[in-house]
Structure formats: C-alpha cells, structure tokens
Design a protein around this ligand. Structure first.
Ligand code: PLP
Length: 285
C-alpha cells in the first residue's frame, strides 16, 4: 500500500480523500505535473516546479506550498514508498467551497494538493524504446490553451484508445494540416541530420523534456529547427521520435502505417535517448 500526500498529510492511499465538490472533480479545474524518478532521484524537478507555477498563474490559482516544500514532499514520498524507478504525480485544483458553481469560489478558498508515486521498475531500460512506437494521426480538437498543463485529459485518453484500436501505440494530433504534438508528448521528425519540432506557443505543452533534449542536441552540435511540419512530411522523414517526462526520448518507427528508418529506432533518436538519460541522471536531485 502506497503512502500518498493530501493537503498537508501523508496517509495510506485508502485513507486519502477529497471533497465531492472539489472543482478538479466537477470542472477539471486543476493542473498537474509528472516527474520521473531514476536511481531514487528526481529528474528535471526544477523545470516541472517552474512550469507548475506558470500553469497556476495562468489560471489565477495560488500555490498551496512553496517550491522548497514541494521538493521535500516529492523526496519524502519517493523515500517512504521505496521508489528507485518510477513517477511522482502531483495535482493542484482550485479546491471547493462546498457547492457546484461555474463562478470561481473566493480567492481565499484553499486549493487541493495531492501527490502520489507510481513504481515503474525498468522505466529507463524500457523494451518499448528498443522496439519504437507506432503512431496514428488524428485531428487535434483540444482547447486553445495547451500550454497550461490542466487535468482536462479526456481527448488525449480518447486518442490513445483510437491508437490502441488501430493496433498502434499512440497518436499525433494534427491541426490545420500541421502536427501539434502527441497525446502526452512532444513530436519530432529528423530529416538528414536536422531535428525538426514545432515551436513553442499556446498550441502545445512546453515540454520539460523537450527543453532539455533540444539543449543537449544543440550542445552535441546537432542541428535543430523549430517550425511546423505536416504529417506528410513526417511520413517522408528519416526518423521520428517523441519526448516526455515519463518516456524520455521514444523513437517512432511507423506513422499511419508508413514505416520509418526501416521500422527500427533511428540513430539520432537512439543517441538522444542515451544522452538525455545520462545527463539527467547526473543532474537528478
Ligand atoms: N505534450 C503533452 C500534451 C503532454 O501531456 C506532455 C506530458 O504529459 C508533454 C507534451 C511532454 O511534456 P514533459 O516533457 O514536460 O513531460
């Protein structure tokens, strides 16, 4: 049984609860972060904490704990649950003033904060990364503030189910002909030696792994171009991959039934996965 954190208390998971009036439950009025754990340490914690602050700010929500306390809570949960490889999930909602209303409750309303761990042995040495992912493309019909990491994840869940039904692993979202991102990751193609990924805007989540991987790619003298690309361009690319906190760098080997890089993980994606894992382990806290 896991120990989880709810509103200031460390509790066994079956004793933790939040109100049925919580706006996270009723309105998806909440934000989240997922931080991975390798060697019992947190990967890219600072990036996740900074993005959390930004998400809260964009939604006029206040942070219930300081960044320092947040780090301490993450570390305590990793310790008490004996996590060597896995994830820490964090969610903050606007809380509840004891009823349902579209209007936000008073700013004095105490936000709800919940954290729990997920034990994932083999997260880094993932067989799926050696095989590569098969992708389908679907229309991006999400809301227009994808830069805020909200808990409105119904369409991404539906997208993953559509992929599963089609015998694939995940979906890339396409808007006005251009790929925005994956259901729960940022999307990249490689042409020649150039890594191409959509630039930052409200259209995509500003991935913490994206920022780290692009920095490491540039440091390794790889060429990076931040621009829109179509799904047709992706199908004709030499390689493709995705990045996320929970899957790091994941090679893509098929898009809408078209095989890429001979149906095996590409050279650049494989190299970036190695570099990212090495460097982020070194910088873990
Ligand atoms: N894009 C979307 C829509 C996501 O949900 C995620 C992660 O959950 C990402 C991109 C990748 O972001 P990060 O690297 O910070 O995990």
């Amino acid at each position: 049984m896991r120990t989880v954190y709810v509103n200031g208390n460390y509790l066994p998971e079956n004793e933790a609860s939040v109100s049925i009036f919580d706006r996270g439950f009723l309105m998806a009025d909440g934000v989240y972060e997922v931080t991975s754990v390798l060697d019992g340490k947190l990967i890219d914690f600072d990036g996740h904490a900074v993005r959390l602050e930004r998400s809260l700010h964009e939604l006029d929500m206040r942070a219930p704990v300081s960044k320092e306390d947040l780090l301490a809570i993450h570390r305590e949960l990793v310790k008490v649950n004996g996590i060597v490889e896995g994830l820490v999930y964090l969610q903050i909602t606007r809380g509840s003033d004891g009823d349902r209303d579209f209007i936000f409750p008073s700013p004095d309303t105490v936000p709800t904060i919940v954290l729990f761990t997920q034990n994932k042995p083999g997260l880094a040495d993932n067989p799926a990364a050696r095989k590569g992912a098969k992708i389908i493309s679907i229309e991006d019909i999400r809301w227009g503030r994808r830069d805020i990491k909200t808990v409105q994840l119904l369409y991404p869940s539906m997208g993953k189910m559509m992929a599963k039904k089609a015998g694939a692993d995940d979906a890339w979202l396409v808007e006005d002909g251009f790929v925005t991102e994956g259901t729960s990751n940022n999307a990249y193609i490689v042409k020649g030696n150039k890594i191409i990924t959509r630039g930052l805007s409200n259209d995509i989540l500003h991935g913490i792994t994206r920022a780290a991987v692009l920095r490491l790619a540039r440091e390794a003298q790889m060429e990076v171009e931040e621009r829109n690309f179509t799904i047709e361009e992706a199908k004709a690319a030499d390689e493709a991959f995705t990045t996320s906190a929970s899957a790091f760098v994941m090679p893509v080997v098929e898009i809408d039934g078209v095989s890429l890089s001979g149906g095996t993980p590409g050279r650049i994606a494989t190299r970036l996965r190695e570099i990212y894992l090495d460097e982020s382990r070194k910088a873990a806290v």
